[in-house]
Design a protein around this ligand. Structure first.
Ligand SMILES: Nc1ncnc2c1ncn2[C@@H]1O[C@H](COP(=O)(O)OP(=O)(O)OP(=O)(O)O)[C@@H](O)[C@H]1O
Ligand SMILES: [Mg+2]
Length: 347
């Protein structure tokens, strides 16, 4: 009969379905007992779809049986605690921060940071105290979009003091890491840094913290969504068909960790000509609404392509704050209202 350690080594080869991380590093194996009648494994899965758990149990049974000399394998699945109650285990809330909303996208370049920045400002314009965290080591866009009027400070306790810009507090990992060092940081190191960073910020009292997640739905994003006690996720997409496939992945990621998807935003939806007012559907817009409907999540709205939105981002003059009457700013306020309504309804 194999020893518990040998079994653990085998279990490390089993990947969590859809991810490159294994079930052991996910902290799912609570106990392994080896007795004369067989092996008993206690599984403590994160809140996940039942069919995923069934698959993991099957994989475990197969792997242990294949080791040979094991008369029987029993896998007991512990009931996953509700997300908030899991705080001590993996999820942590941030003192003083009432709600956390993550902005995700299946792939890069869809305007996630533009949405995160303007959404944060729009929530702030509705009278809430707002923080924004750029959790992407490789994409310094939030810092560029909001600008920095001073060096970032660190307290005597080595906690990071966020910058105050346009009435919100923000921190970007990019303010700490230059491009040369970022490239040598790979995989697990970046993931750990990204998921711990937000707990080391002196946020103060916030009604809402918006997280601009790194683009994609892989291990790094999953770890952050697992670590922080998120209240909801917002998914940004563009109308191209390919991006919509990515939205499904984003939804799967949030459902994996039992975080409700507050809705989908279709960005760069169409182009409205400033001269003639004609609307040009560059990428066959409307897919976001259709997809949201199919998947049963709210559609939060469309943001057309506006030159002013990009220019505001490039000049550290974010539109939602510098031009609140612009059609894009009005749309961001409508989206912010829905996001707040959903969070407040859920709480
Ligand atoms: N609705 C829009 N209208 C015009 N320009 C936009 C719009 N949304 C985003 N952009 C521009 O598209 C570019 C990419 O946007 P952004 O940096 O927000 O994307 P991202 O998804 O965060 O990208 P990354 O994957 O690099 O983090 C930026 O130049 C931004 O100003
Ligand atoms: Mg970005």
């Amino acid at each position: 009969m194999p020893t518990p350690n040998e079994i653990l080594t085998e279990l490390k080869k089993i990947k969590y379905p859809g991810f490159t991380r294994d079930i052991v590093s996910f902290g799912m194996i609570k106990d392994i007992e080896v007795a004369h009648h067989g092996v008993k494994i206690i599984l403590n899965p994160p809140a996940a779809k039942p069919e995923l758990i069934v698959q993991i149990v099957d994989n475990i049974k197969q792997a242990v049986t294949a080791m040979g000399g094991v008369p029987a394998v029993e896998v007991t699945v512990e009931k996953a605690p509700p997300p908030r109650a899991a705080a001590g285990l993996q999820r942590r809330s941030i003192p003083g921060v009432k709600t956390i909303v993550a902005v995700a996208s299946g792939k890069g370049g869809v305007g996630k940071s533009t949405v995160a920045v303007n959404l944060a400002l729009a929530i702030s314009s509705l009278g809430r105290r707002v923080g924004l965290m750029d959790a992407d080591v490789y994409g310094p866009s939030v810092a560029m979009m909001l600008g920095a009027d001073q060096e970032i400070r660190v307290t005597a306790e080595k906690r990071i003091v966020p910058l105050d810009r346009f009435g919100i507090r923000y921190v970007s990992m990019a303010l700490f890491i230059n491009e040369d060092t970022a490239v040598i940081w790979r995989g697990p190191m970046v993931t750990k840094l990204e998921s711990e960073f937000l707990f080391n910020v002196e946020w103060g009292e916030l009604d809402c913290l918006v997280l601009d997640l790194p683009p994609g739905t892989g291990d790094a994003q999953l770890t952050i969504t697992q670590r922080a006690a998120l209240d909801g996720g917002v998914i940004v997409t563009t109308p191209q068909e390919l991006a919509l496939v990515d939205v499904r992945r984003g939804m799967a990621m949030f459902s994996e960790v039992n975080v409700p998807v507050l809705g989908v935003i279709e960005n760069m939806s169409y182009y409205e000509c400033g001269k003639c007012g004609h609307r040009h559907d560059i990428f066959n817009h409307g897919g976001g609404a259709k997809l949201a409907d199919e998947l049963g999540v709210p559609f939060l709205g469309e943001i057309p392509i506006f030159r002013e939105l990009r220019e505001g981002g490039d000049r550290a003059a974010p539109l939602a704050s510098t031009n609140p009457d612009h059609p894009a700013s009005i749309r961001f306020r409508q989206i912010a209202t829905q996001v707040l309504a959903q969070i407040e309804h859920r709480n």
